[in-house]
Design a protein around this ligand. Structure first.
Ligand SMILES: C[S@@+](CC[C@H](N)C(=O)[O-])C[C@H]1O[C@@H](n2cnc3c(N)ncnc32)[C@H](O)[C@@H]1O
Length: 215
């Protein structure tokens, strides 16, 4: 198997980081806060990736499962047009409030709505269509999130899923912790790649991002 990663070094990754535009004020602050408070926000590579995908599908409505304090939402939101909307799901009230505050501070043209309840309760009540869905909450529930989100996605819409390498635990490059999340991610990865509702792949961006286009 030919694999570009065999030749990619940390220097290459730093080089790529260096030639991208630096984080603007709000994103830089949230990134720092996430690190300090141990809130697992996406890395910058995944943030940039989400923004490009949102632009590529001409996203006007985005669904995000697991919004935390709004870091990934701001990355995606940066590609939304005036009048667009990001619908987030975040059961932690304090985090949801901070996401709203950060969104206001970023002065985006699109609107943010955050539902403060578990995704499996919220998803059946939402109305589509969405152009893009991003899954980044409880790993054990990824399969159910996918089943809940796909009917809400338009044809040709994209679903992105974070943490599919699960810090090396999915492949075993880091010792198997036999945890429920590791088992769930491995099960999900197989299912995602063979789901005939999607054209799907998993990319080695950040902690592994699944990308599926709805048929
Ligand atoms: C990995 S963080 C999300 C990070 C965010 N996407 C970012 O990169 O900025 C996962 C979030 O999912 C939330 N969460 C936990 N249980 C949930 C559930 N049942 N439904 C939706 N979100 C949930 C957590 O409170 C946490 O803030």
């Amino acid at each position: 198997m030919r694999n570009a990663l065999e030749s990619i070094t940390l220097t290459d990754l730093e080089y790529l980081d260096g030639i991208h535009t630096h984080l603007d004020g709000v994103l830089r602050r949230i990134d720092r806060e996430g690190g300090k408070e141990n809130i697992p926000v996406v890395g910058t590579a995944v943030g940039r990736f989400l923004r490009v995908i949102a632009a590529a599908v001409g996203a006007k409505r985005v669904l995000e499962i697991g919004t935390a304090i709004g870091y990934s939402a701001l990355w995606t939101g940066g590609a939304l047009p005036r009048g667009g909307e990001l619908v987030g799901i975040e059961p932690d009230h304090a985090r949801a409030q901070r996401a709203r505050m950060n969104w206001r501070e970023a002065k985006l043209g699109a609107k943010l709505t955050v539902h403060e309840a578990p995704a499996l309760e919220v998803l059946p009540k939402l109305r589509g269509p969405f152009d893009l869905a991003f899954i980044d909450a409880l790993k054990e529930e990824y399969g159910e999130y996918l089943d809940g989100a796909l009917p809400l996605l338009r044809r040709g819409g994209v679903v992105a899923v974070d943490n599919l390498l699960w810090g090396g635990r999915a492949s075993g490059s880091r010792p198997d912790d036999r945890g429920a999340s590791t088992k769930a991610i491995r099960r999900f990865n197989k299912r995602f790649l063979s789901d005939d509702r999607l054209v799907a792949t998993i990319l080695p961006v950040g902690d592994g991002v699944g990308l599926g286009v709805k048929r």
